[in-house]
Design a protein around this ligand. Structure first.
Ligand code: PGA
Length: 254
């Protein structure tokens, strides 16, 4: 059984005060309905809010993720944040290889691979993002793009490492656009990813890996997406910033 994950990616949004206001209400609301123990709820705030929120949530089951990290532990890397620093601040997860990092910060497959290995070394769970652009979908390159990103990001990982990571399939054309993949389109790629993982790491290991869907997930489409056999949760951008929507998504899947 794979425990579903509902993860919010706040991107570059919310001050510390705004984040605390959000969690005060979320924590209270979640205590009012049952079933949330069947899920893992994760939020990735900006770096600046991680520590304050982690302290606030120390007795809560909600977990904190970072949105990125650097692969070295320490040193002369101005502006970067390392895995030991994230751990110290209270992050349990880290998003790696988000399409915005690849697009705006030139993150390569090799950088993504180093970051995943560094996160695992420090017991932080990587949420490894992959996904095709619209042009790649229209020219029938989904399989080759997904395969390149998956194999490139997972170089040198053992079968034991692989069971600790979470994968997020986020078609780039669906991120922040309001266009969601249909449940059939999403399930088709999720199944493809699981089969690729099975080929490389064995079926038993592939079967325990959570594969999240991301791209314009909202309360009105979360239930049908998450009811697919290979969709094990969601990575939510825009709708995770609004309490009502984020709670609506959680309620739709418990
Ligand atoms: P979106 O973003 O839900 O706003 O489309 C998803 C993501 O970027 O993770």
């Amino acid at each position: 059984m794979r425990t579903p994950i509902i993860a919010g990616n706040w991107k570059m949004n919310k001050t510390i005060g705004e984040a605390l206001d959000f969690f005060k209400v979320l924590d209270q609301e979640l205590q009012q309905f049952s079933g949330t123990e069947k899920l893992e709820i994760v939020i990735a705030p900006p770096y600046t809010a991680i520590n304050k929120i982690a302290e606030f949530l120390k007795d809560s089951s909600i977990k904190i993720s970072a949105q990125n990290m650097f692969w070295e532990d320490a040193g002369a890397f101005t502006g970067e944040i390392s895995a030991p620093m994230l751990k110290d601040a209270g992050a349990k997860y880290v998003i790696i290889g988000h399409s915005e990092r690849r697009q705006f910060f030139n993150e390569t497959e090799s950088a993504v691979n180093k970051k995943i290995k560094a996160a695992l070394k420090h017991n932080i769970i990587p949420i490894f993002c992959i996904g095709e652009t619209l042009a790649e979908r229209e020219t029938e390159k989904i399989e080759s793009v997904i395969s390149t990103q998956l194999t490139g990001g997972l170089i040198d990982l053992t079968a034991n490492d692989i069971t600790k990571i979470v994968i997020a399939y986020e078609p780039v054309w669906a991120i922040g656009t309001g266009k969601t993949a249909t449940k059939e389109q999403a399930e088709e790629v999720h199944l493809m990813i699981r089969q690729m993982l099975a080929k490389q790491f064995g079926q038993a290991n592939a079967d325990v890996i959570r594969i999240l869907y991301g791209g314009s997930v909202k309360p009105s489409n979360s239930k049908e997406l998450l009811s697919q056999p290979n969709i094990d949760g969601a990575l939510i951008g825009g709708a995770s910033l609004k309490l009502e929507d984020f709670i609506g998504i959680i309620k739709s899947v418990i």
